[in-house]
Design a protein around this ligand. Structure first.
Ligand SMILES: O=c1[nH]c(=O)c2[nH]c(=O)[nH]c2[nH]1
Length: 315
């Protein structure tokens, strides 16, 4: 390969920067049964004495973007994430002071806020207040949806929600699955379970004024049951948790006969910190956005016909 010298053409390199963008780092801090989450999207942009790599292809001043990514994950373990500001300051100082050619570091951080899912009153007396200290719902929350159809004689009301993002930082396992020659997935006995709930539920209302549901209350209650079932199910698969979420709605809300879910399994992979001499004790995760498992099902009151379309984007 020929390495070109700086061309003698009147072409000049202007502002330039590089680094790894959108490092999705999730840090779980375990304080006994109470877990705390920091969920960040960290983008690193470095600049400095980088003319050579552009003009001649010499990488002698280039700290790989891959290393900047590793640094983000390693720092989450080594220094913790007290705040996005503190974490960003730490990273920026590190890149500028540890690498002579790097003169400027810009760290951009988006932080996704989470709040705890409240325990159900019914269960709290049996399971103790600690039990859902590992269950979270992302702030900003969902979009509420409804579709009403009337053909002059019959009504159909299907309501729902999308983008309700939830996470359990423990009480989730996945093992005992089929293994063929393409299976590489390791069995998990303590994993993060996270999904962004898309759900639709069909009311059995037939224009009977006496039996008209209180629509606002119904929505709040359905959402509450969904969240509590998510938080309180010790999960052996997302499929099992999803069934519990639907079953709980059908069991508690007589106005609803059918629930359809579409649940992306938002994978969180433990980051291997061994190469940096650090032990990752279920603390630092990489939140992958794709590909994702997509788990879908209809949960019905016994004897009722399924009418919600299988593909929720067609609703
Ligand atoms: O809850 C899960 N269900 C699956 O079907 C599945 N498949 C997979 O790879 N991970 C998971 N997790």
């Amino acid at each position: 390969m020929t390495v070109n010298s700086r061309p003698g053409r009147p072409v000049i390199l202007g502002q330039n920067q590089y680094g790894k963008a959108e490092n999705r780092v999730v840090k779980i801090t375990r304080d006994g049964a109470t877990h705390h989450i920091k969920d960040l999207n960290v983008s690193v942009a470095l600049s400095g004495d980088m003319e050579d790599v552009h003009y001649s292809g010499s990488n002698a001043h280039v700290l790989p973007t891959d290393t900047t990514k590793n640094t983000v994950f390693a720092f989450a373990k080594e220094h913790g994430i007290e705040s996005a500001e503190q974490f960003g300051i730490h990273l920026a100082r590190h890149f500028v002071t540890s690498q002579e050619p790097i003169q400027r570091a810009r760290i951009r951080i988006e932080e996704y806020a989470w709040e705890r899912i409240a325990t159900s009153e019914a269960n709290s007396q049996f399971i103790g207040a600690d039990e859902v200290k590992h269950s979270f719902v992302r702030k900003g929350q969902e979009t509420r949806l409804t579709q009403i159809t009337y053909d002059g004689s019959s009504w159909e009301v299907v309501s729902g929600l999308k983008d309700l993002t939830v996470m359990n930082s423990t009480n989730s396992e996945f093992w005992g699955y089929v293994k063929d020659k393409y299976t590489t997935l390791q069995e998990a006995h303590d994993r993060i379970l996270a999904t962004s709930v898309s759900a639709r539920w069909r009311f059995n209302w037939t224009d009977d004024e006496q039996k008209t549901p209180h629509w606002e209350k119904s929505y709040e209650q359905v959402k509450k049951h969904m969240l509590q079932a998510f938080a309180e199910t010790y999960s052996l698969s997302l499929q099992q948790t999803m069934y519990q979420m639907g079953a709980r709605i059908i069991n508690h809300r007589s106005e609803i006969d059918e629930v359809r879910f579409s649940l992306p399994n938002k994978h969180h992979f433990l980051v291997d910190l061994e190469p940096f001499g650090l032990k990752n004790d279920n603390e630092v995760y990489f939140a992958a956005d794709r590909p994702y498992g997509l788990i879908e099902a209809t949960i019905l009151r016994d004897g009722c016909e399924p009418r919600i379309p299988v593909d929720l984007t067609n609703l």
